[in-house]
Design a protein around this ligand. Structure first.
Ligand code: SF4
Ligand code: SF4
Length: 148
């Protein structure tokens, strides 16, 4: 809601740049937003150069005036974190609120923090995975031979 209010002026989670993916079988609800990835597939895919990198924050930012709403960037992003806004006919994505993210400020448990990307290196990700892992990995061998 903080994201939606900051960027759209409404307390409507549907307008948020953070989307919650539901894994019903595991009972998990996982928030996703743009990782501001170094590869920036969205930026490179845009045919009209409507997505630029903010040199200060590293955020990949959509220039609404230039965007023609073709949605190529929504296909290019492997994380699905660029979304089409029906009402404007343009795309929306996280822009890090210019370096002062509303989501991080609003989060009461500091589950969202705004830190340097290098801080969340591989070791941190492994630590986090160990805490949240169910003990099963996608590479784990099946307990029964295939076909049984
Ligand atoms: S929207 Fe996707 S491709 Fe673009 S910077 Fe964010 S994570 Fe990377
Ligand atoms: S929807 Fe807009 S930002 Fe995305 S690729 Fe098309 S013109 Fe570029």
């Amino acid at each position: 809601m903080a994201c939606a209010f900051e960027l759209e002026g409404s307390f409507n989670p549907a307008h948020s740049r953070i989307k919650i993916f539901r894994f019903e079988e595991q009972g998990r609800f996982v928030p996703y937003t743009c990782t501001q990835c170094a590869e920036a597939w969205c930026l490179h895919a845009c045919p009209v150069d409507a997505i630029k990198m903010n040199a200060e924050t590293g955020a990949k930012v959509v220039d609404e005036a230039t965007c023609v709403g073709c949605k190529v960037c929504t296909i290019a992003c492997p994380f699905g974190t660029v979304n089409y806004n029906q009402s404007s006919g343009k795309v929306i994505k996280c822009d890090l609120c210019g370096g002062d993210p509303a989501c991080a400020k609003a989060c009461p448990t500091e589950a969202i923090t705004y830190v340097d990307a290098n801080w969340t290196g591989l070791d941190k990700m492994r630590e986090w995975a160990a805490k949240t892992d169910t003990g099963h990995s996608v590479t784990e061998a099946p307990s029964e031979p295939a076909g049984h």
